[in-house]
Write a protein that binds this ligand. Structure first.
Ligand code: AMP
Length: 284
């Protein structure tokens, strides 16, 4: 695996690959099976797979969250090597945001979607995501780019970014990889205490409870109420949101129609760790 820390070095290396397909997997590192599933998907479809590892400061609205974000570049390199990833791009902040770069001057807006759910609780987050992904797309010019449905709203934002800015990139959205007990894999899981780790699968269980309630004919509000009650039986959780949206449009649903793809989205703090998850399904 080739490793690049500088934009110009990566661009030079990729110039030799212009006739080949390039698959791109952007990450913030502390890699787990969820990330590796994206690498594998890219390896299957492309001649060359590029993974980026960069903890992007402009998408963090909370400086403490940025500082404590898990980092383990040596282990990440080993994992990527074992998946036969071709190129790792791991830039520094100075490389991505050199002196004179003013992130606040380049703002991409996504409309209502950036003000709800994750956007409501992490103001500016999606602007930061839009900015870094645009920069990485412009540097790498991938044929295809791979994202996890674990970050469902982010997938929607990326789809909009590619459409609004006319990127000629095929997007692939891959299923959420879970631990055996249902907890969605996340770099942040490493921050959970042993006790919190035991409780964390309740988030997925809550999503399943809401799904079951909808299948039993509960209204959306009834199902949400039921889900909140279920999760908050454990006092260690602080719920930020539990909502039901249309999978295609991300609009909040007053009621759920049959044969419409919907997503139940949840974000909660478990002690001092923020976890998100979602469940996508169709009512039959
Ligand atoms: P992150 O490093 O958290 O920014 O994630 C990098 C990419 O991996 C994003 O597209 C995520 O949606 C995806 N990802 C993170 N966790 C999972 C998971 N458990 N299953 C599938 N994809 C994931």
């Amino acid at each position: 695996m080739l490793i690049f820390h500088r934009v110009q070095d990566l661009i030079k290396a990729l110039q030799n690959l212009r006739d080949h397909s390039i698959g791109f997997v952007p990450t913030m590192g502390a890699l787990h099976e969820g990330h590796l599933s994206l690498i594998r998907a890219s390896k299957q479809e492309n001649d060359c797979t590029v993974c980026s590892i960069y903890v992007n400061p402009t998408q963090f609205n909370n400086s403490e969250d940025l500082i404590k974000y898990p980092r383990n570049i040596e282990k990440d390199c080993q994992l990527l090597q074992s998946e036969n990833c071709d190129i790792l791009f791991a830039p520094t902040d100075a490389e991505m945001y050199p002196q004179g770069f003013h992130a606040e001057l380049i703002k991409i807006h996504f409309g209502t979607i950036e003000t709800i759910l994750e956007g409501a609780y992490r103001p500016g987050h999606f602007q930061g995501v839009g900015l870094i992904i645009s920069k990485l797309f412009n540097i790498i010019h991938p044929t295809r780019a791979y994202f996890g449905l674990k970050d469902l709203q982010q997938c929607f934002i990326i789809k909009k970014l590619v459409s609004d800015l006319s990127y000629r990139i095929e997007l692939r959205f891959c299923p959420t990889v879970r631990e055996k007990d249902g907890l969605a894999m996340s770099s942040r899981n490493a921050l959970l205490s042993d006790e919190a780790r035991q409780l964390a699968p309740q988030i997925y269980q809550t999503l399943l409870q809401v799904q079951k309630a909808l299948e039993q004919g509960y209204s959306t509000q009834g199902a949400i109420h039921f889900g909140k009650h279920f999760l908050l039986q454990q006092k260690e959780f602080q719920l930020e949101y539990l909502e039901i949206v249309n999978f295609e449009t991300f609009e909040f649903l007053e009621s759920v129609q049959k044969n419409t793809k919907i997503a139940i989205c949840l974000a909660a703090w478990l002690k001092n760790v923020r976890l998100i998850d979602n469940l996508v399904f169709e009512l039959r």
